[in-house]
Each structure stands twice: as structure tokens, then as C-alpha cells.
Design a protein around this ligand. Structure first.
Ligand code: GDP
Length: 370
């Protein structure tokens, strides 16, 4: 029998290759009489939401439902990678429903960060995208910092609306929801149910809140392909994902000097007075400084060795580098953001820099946030 087996919980076709995608099950369990995917298993047995990532089409079908309902949208982004974690065209999907922006992973920002300034910057960025925010909360879902604000906000603004939690994969939606489940659960039993969205194989998780008439709905995370975190192998992912507060690293450079962030980004200071550049990357990522004239041969010789990631398992696509030529006038500090990796802050002096990153990775420049 070659028919595709489906999860008896959510209806997704079962597969044993991609843990983060719908229908994942360990191969051995596939032969059971009523197989359920790992996500449905966890929801049923542990009252816990597990993340799942899907492609555009299915995501659009699911979030477009929101626009037809009375909803409160909780949009979760990753503070370490704002532009990489933004869902494009959100306004179109959600209609005029109110939005709470939850900026997660605040624990990663250096201690001297002015959070008020970060919040203002976020509001501006989101408003540029045509979205009016009811509120902004800077939280750490994993540490539990300020998640109380999200709960309070939901209690205050949801009224007769269901709450939809929306975001790209890996921003921490599941971590946040599991924490909310525990917090709301203090008042009584929280019931988790799954329900299938029309026209998709995928179910969403609904959390019925005791003493309230509304539900919290977890939508699956949309997959992206323009973040370095989407493109490296799982082992290298650990090397570029910050797991604790970032220690900024300051480099005083003369022109014609180069920094390598592993072998994933090459930063050439081409022209300008001696000045400092500040790197905000995962602490465990090695940064190498060299002369610009030696940079080509250093890369050729040491990529995959001294300059990791990328490693052998990452594949060759990460060695196809594209150059972004950037000129800065004297003025306010700027951040050069490499999606999924971090950013380099330019300290307000006139300079020209050339940044090389793997093809397909987003590079953006913004006013410095720190
Ligand atoms: P989802 O795909 O959006 O549901 O994201 P997950 O909840 O699975 O989280 C993705 C990754 O981010 C996991 O490795 C989490 O441990 C991590 N993470 C989640 N919340 C936080 C946070 O507040 N701070 C930090 N540093 N990491 C977090």
C-alpha cells in the first residue's frame, strides 16, 4: 500500500524527514494503527504547543481567515532579526483588526540598550508598513520577562475577539504560547484543541481560556529563506544563534582592513579615517581581522576551517558571496544588518565599506538602535 498516510489528529501527510514541518513523526511510529504527528502528540499529552513551519501558500490561506473575523492579532517578531522575522503584507491578511506587537528575545540585547529607543524604532518601522499598533511589548518568552504585559493586554483588549498569534518560524511563538498557557492556567484548566483550517491540511491549536469567551489561536510559522539561520546546517545554526546576552565587540580599524564573521560575512573597510566598528553577533561566533590585501587568500584557504560556518554539511550555496557596497556620510550611527546573523554598527564617521554575504541573504541599513 503506497497511499500517503495522514495524521489522525490534524490530517497533515506524515513524514519522517523534517521535524519543523507539518506531519513529522519518527519513522518507527508511522506503522501504528492510528498514527499522530509529533505536534498533535505533544498537544494532546503534554498540553504543549510545538512549532511548525509552512510555505507561503498555506500560510496565506490560514492567516487570510483572520481578516474575515473579529480578531486581536499578536504579531511576534525576533528583536535580534526584526526585518528577517517580519511577515510581509500582514496588513492585507489581517484587515483592520487591532495588532499587539510582541518583540521577543529582549534578553539578547546588550545591557546598555535603551529599550525605550528600541520601542520607538519598532513602532516607526511597523507604522511604515501601514500597520497601526494597539501596543508594543518587549519580552523574553524563554525567560518569562514581561510576558505578564502580554497577558494583561489580551485580557484588556480581546473582549469578544479571538487572539491570533502570528509570526515567521523561530521567533518564539510556541515558547510564548506555552508560557501564556501556564499563566492563564493558574485560574483553572486550560483546554487545548486542534481544529483544521478549510482548504489546508494544517490544523491550528486553539487554547480556550477559562473565564473568557475567547480563544488563543496559534498559527503555524511561515518559512523564510533570506535569513542566514534558514540557510546553515543545524550544527552551524548553534554557532550563529545567540543564546545569551550579546557582548558587543569593538574593532578599531584603519582603512584597507577586513573583518570576517566566521566565513559567512566579510566586511571590508575600504575608505575612511581610522574609526571603530561594533559587531553584534552571537558571542560564540569567531571574528577574524586581517588586511584587505590578504582577505581573498585567507578566505580561499580557510573557509570551512578557521572561518566557520559554513562547514562541509552546509553545502556550497553559502560560498557564493555577493558584495554590497555601502557609503556612509558623517552623521548619526548606523547599523548594517545581516539577516539571521546580527549587525555591525558604523560610528557616524564618513566611510565606504564593502560587505560580502551569501547570495539571497538580506542586508539592510538602519539608524543604530543601541
Ligand atoms: P516558533 O517557531 O516561533 O514557535 O519558535 P520557538 O518557540 O520554537 O522558538 C525558537 C527558538 O528561539 C528556540 O530555540 C527557543 O529556545 C528560542 N527562544 C524563544 N524565546 C526566546 C527568548 O525570549 N529569548 C531567547 N534568547 N531565545 C528564545
Amino acid at each position: 500500500d503506497t497511499a500517503v498516510k495522514v495524521c489522525t489528529g490534524c490530517g497533515a501527510p506524515l513524514q519522517a524527514e523534517h521535524p519543523e514541518r507539518p506531519g513529522y513523526i519518527v519513522a518507527a511510529a508511522m506503522e501504528k494503527e492510528h498514527p499522530v504527528c509529533r505536534r498533535c502528540f505533544r498537544i494532546k499529552h503534554y498540553n504543549e504547543v510545538a512549532p511548525v513551519a509552512i510555505h507561503d501558500d498555506e500560510f496565506i490561506k490560514i492567516v487570510s481567515e483572520i481578516g474575515r473575523k473579529k480578531a486581536l492579532v499578536v504579531k511576534v517578531i525576533d528583536l535580534f532579526d526584526f526585518s528577517g522575522s517580519w511577515v510581509e503584507n500582514l496588513r492585507r491578511y489581517i484587515g483592520t483588526n487591532p495588532v499587539l506587537l510582541v518583540a521577543n528575545k529582549v534578553d539578547l540585547l546588550p545591557r546598555q540598550t535603551n529599550l525605550d529607543k528600541v520601542e520607538q524604532w519598532l513602532r516607526k518601522e511597523v507604522e511604515k508598513k501601514g500597520i497601526v499598533l494597539e501596543g508594543v511589548a518587549l519580552v523574553s518568552a524563554s525567560k518569562g520577562h514581561y510576558v505578564e504585559q502580554v497577558k494583561t493586554f489580551i485580557e484588556r483588549f480581546a473582549n469578544d475577539r479571538d487572539v491570533y498569534v502570528v509570526g515567521t518560524a523561530n521567533v518564539g511563538k510556541s515558547t510564548l504560547i506555552n508560557r501564556l498557557i501556564r499563566m492563564f492556567g493558574e485560574k483553572g484548566d486550560v483546554e487545548l484543541t486542534t481544529s483544521r483550517y478549510p482548504g489546508t491540511t494544517l490544523s491550528t491549536v486553539q487554547l480556550a481560556l477559562p473565564n473568557y469567551s475567547h480563544m488563543i489561536v496559534d498559527t503555524p510559522g511561515i518559512m523564510t529563506f533570506h535569513r542566514l539561520t534558514d540557510l546553515v546546517c543545524p550544527k552551524c545554526l548553534k554557532l550563529i544563534t545567540p543564546d545569551k546576552t550579546i557582548d558587543p565587540k569593538v574593532y578599531q580599524l584603519n582603512d584597507k582592513q577586513t573583518l570576517f564573521a566566521g566565513g559567512l560575512a566579510r566586511f571590508d573597510f575600504v575608505q575612511g579615517e581610522r574609526q571603530s566598528f561594533v559587531c553584534y553577533f552571537a558571542n560564540q561566533l569567531d571574528i577574524h581581522r586581517t588586511k584587505l590585501e590578504n582577505a581573498d587568500s585567507l578566505y580561499a584557504k580557510h573557509v570551512g576551517g578557521l572561518l566557520v560556518p559554513p562547514c562541509e554539511d552546509c553545502g556550497d550555496h553559502l560560498r557564493d558571496l555577493v558584495t554590497h557596497k555601502l557609503k556612509f556620510k558623517q552623521g548619526p550611527n548606523s547599523d548594517i544588518v545581516i539577516s539571521g546573523l546580527g549587525w555591525i554598527s558604523v560610528r557616524g564617521d564618513a566611510c565606504e565599506v564593502h560587505l560580502q554575504v551569501p547570495r539571497g541573504v538580506d542586508v539592510t541599513v538602519r539608524r543604530a538602535i543601541i
